[in-house]
Design a protein around this ligand. Structure first.
Ligand code: 13P
Ligand code: SF4
Length: 311
């Protein structure tokens, strides 16, 4: 029965006791972001997980992100506040379906977005994140046929940007699919000088209006360096916490969803993590991410390739 403020103290105490590090994604609640040792996009978080010398990693994000930490740092204990924190992109791509798709396209390599299960990574040739995909693609010969899974919006955006013709898996993110072009244009009319920064998981109808398209870190950096004092943010709105902390004089507006406000664009999976569950994870050393060694080693290969090609 600890009151809200006690979570912070207790989490800090247990973190020291366990020699733990807390990694958090920008879509976590402000309280979790504020207690984290490191916040970043998926690529930053993977790098951090690979290099930390802590004994325990508490991963405040979604399950596939914590799995990446375990794949890259198998000797560490990787804890998550809630094991049910999945991702609609992961759900859209069961490993057996991807295996069948690969079989039907034997001349294609599989370039796979990091938002997928360890089993799907194990079936892939190279993993990408939104911040590394273009750089990695530029190192693959134009003549090489590619399957891109599971995000069709990121895949289509990469095809448009690079002139490639990757075969796209039909998955999508329920959060980014929910932005409304009509509502965005209404908002833009109210703030004609506000640039729009969007995540590539958004559909093309949204990306077509964006001044910048990039990963969560890229969106944050753009918002902070922009000369404009009002910025429209087309990604999960919890990232606005970091923007407001770093630039309190600016106004950041979450892009509206179908209902005209940005509250429906919160990621329901990320929202499963709370300060109480973070405290309990540290206290109980559970829930712990475990992977069978065969899957881990197979998933590590395309992840190592990503880290090498994105360097
Ligand atoms: P980033 O790699 O841009 O942080 O994206 C992660 C994610 O899940 C976006 O929905
Ligand atoms: Fe998955 Fe979308 Fe949530 Fe990111 S915002 S974790 S892609 S459901």
């Amino acid at each position: 029965n600890l009151v809200q403020t006690d979570w912070v103290q207790e989490i800090k105490r247990l973190k020291k006791e366990r020699n733990a590090v807390i990694l958090a994604h920008y879509y976590q609640t402000p309280e979790i972001q504020d207690i984290a040792d490191f916040i970043g996009d998926s690529l930053d978080l993977s790098r951090k997980a690979a290099e930390t010398d802590a004994d325990v990693i508490v991963f405040c994000g979604v399950r596939f992100m914590a799995e990446v930490a375990k794949i890259l740092s198998p000797e560490k204990t990787v804890l998550v506040p809630d094991m049910e924190a999945g991702c609609s992109l992961e759900d859209s791509c069961p490993p057996e379906d991807l295996a069948a798709f690969r079989k039907a396209h034997p001349d294609h390599i599989a370039l796979t977005y990091i938002n997928c299960s360890a089993e799907v990574k194990a079936l892939s040739d190279i993993i990408v994140t939104s911040s590394s995909a273009e750089k990695i693609l530029s190192q693959i010969p134009e003549s090489q046929p590619i399957i891109f899974a599971p995000d069709r919006n990121l895949g289509a955006w990469l095809n448009r940007k690079t002139g490639r013709d990757m075969l796209l898996w039909p998955g999508s993110c329920i959060v980014h699919e929910n932005f409304s072009e009509t509502e965005l244009l209404k908002l833009k009319q109210l703030h004609p000088n506000a640039p729009i920064a969007a995540h590539p998981e958004c559909p093309a109808a949204i990306l077509d209006h964006a001044d910048v398209v990039g990963s969560t870190r890229a969106i944050l950096e753009f918002a902070l360096k922009s000369d404009s004092d009002t910025i429209i943010v087309a990604t999960e709105p919890h990232i606005i916490h970091q923007m407001e902390k770093a630039a309190p004089h600016k106004t950041f507006i979450g892009a509206p969803g179908m209902d005209g406000n940005c509250n429906c664009n919160m990621c329901p999976y990320m929202a499963l993590n709370t300060m109480e569950k973070l405290y309990l994870a540290l206290k109980n050393k559970a829930p712990e991410v475990t992977l069978d060694e065969k899957t881990r080693l197979a998933a590590k290969k395309p992840l190592d390739k990503m880290l090498e090609m994105a360097a």
